[in-house]
Design a protein around this ligand. Structure first.
Ligand code: HEC
Length: 228
């Protein structure tokens, strides 16, 4: 036997013996332990925004946080969006549609923030059918795939916000429900922009605080701007 064979045998023995431990439950020395035991993802654990292994303290609190349990029936989940958690009260029937149109109003203010947020959502979620200006001439309509999309300035001009919300909730005709794609707040925001389109698509003017300038206020200002 050469010296090298001897020393490599010795090395194997040392490594082999090294993995023997007295604790019968211990698997011994593990190389790459993740290969033996993958980090298990626990059900009902909220891994939160912090990485699981950030600190023991974080990991402990996350282990004790419930994640995947369904809320008790009849209760309303308390999530950060606060006011927008209420279940939708109107059924998917003609009567429900009529009642929503008559009673449902927006919880949002008509201001720059909501109108502009609504415009962004509209451009992403609605233009391909309804068209940039809401004339019913989006790409899908022009290609003839969905015909007869109504213009917002036509028979929908005076459609109440409650009806629009109802249609976003359940869909109508060839328009599918948008309830799973948009939060309640986003639905009301896009409605703020649909209202602009119902009025011809011209964005209102805003004051420094982002409130809509009323026609009277803006014409006053225009009058002031006029040289005497
Ligand atoms: C797949 C194409 C499509 C998409 C996407 C779509 N719509 Fe529609 N929408 C339609 C069609 C078709 C109708 C006509 C439904 C009917 O009256 O039968 C309609 C009707 C409407 C109406 C009138 C509802 C009523 O009560 O009469 C509103 C308001 C509306 N859409 C808003 C939106 C908004 C806002 C979005 C984006 C979040 C959107 N739609 C996305 C196709 C679409």
């Amino acid at each position: 036997m050469t010296r090298y064979t001897l020393s490599s045998l010795l090395l194997i023995m040392i490594v082999g013996l090294g993995s023997c431990v007295t604790d019968p439950n211990s698997p011994g020395l593990e190389y790459m332990p993740d290969m033996y035991r993958s980090p298990a993802v626990e059900a009902y654990v909220d891994y939160g925004e912090d990485p699981y292994y950030k600190t023991e303290e974080v990991a402990k609190s996350q282990r004790n946080t419930i994640s995947a349990r369904k809320p008790v029936e009849g209760t309303i989940a308390q999530v950060k969006s606060g006011d927008f958690n209420m279940p939708y009260a109107y059924p998917n029937t003609d009567e429900g549609y009529a009642a929503a149109g008559a009673n449902l109003t927006s919880p949002l203010a008509t201001n720059q923030e909501n109108i502009e947020a609504g415009m962004e959502i509209y451009q992403i979620m609605c233009t391909h059918c309804h068209g940039e200006k809401g004339e019913g001439d989006g790409a899908i309509s022009r290609n003839g795939l969905i015909k007869g999309i109504p213009s917002y300035t036509g028979k929908l001009k005076d459609l109440p916000v409650g009806n629009i919300y109802h249609t976003l909730q359940y869909g109508k005709g060839l328009m599918g429900s948008h309830a799973s794609q948009m939060t309640q707040k986003e639905r009301w925001q896009v409605i703020e922009y649909v209202k602009v389109l119902q009025n011809g698509g011209e964005m209102p003017e805003f004051d420094a605080n982002g409130n809509v300038l009323t026609a009277a206020a803006s014409s006053d200002e225009a009058a002031q701007d006029q040289p005497q």
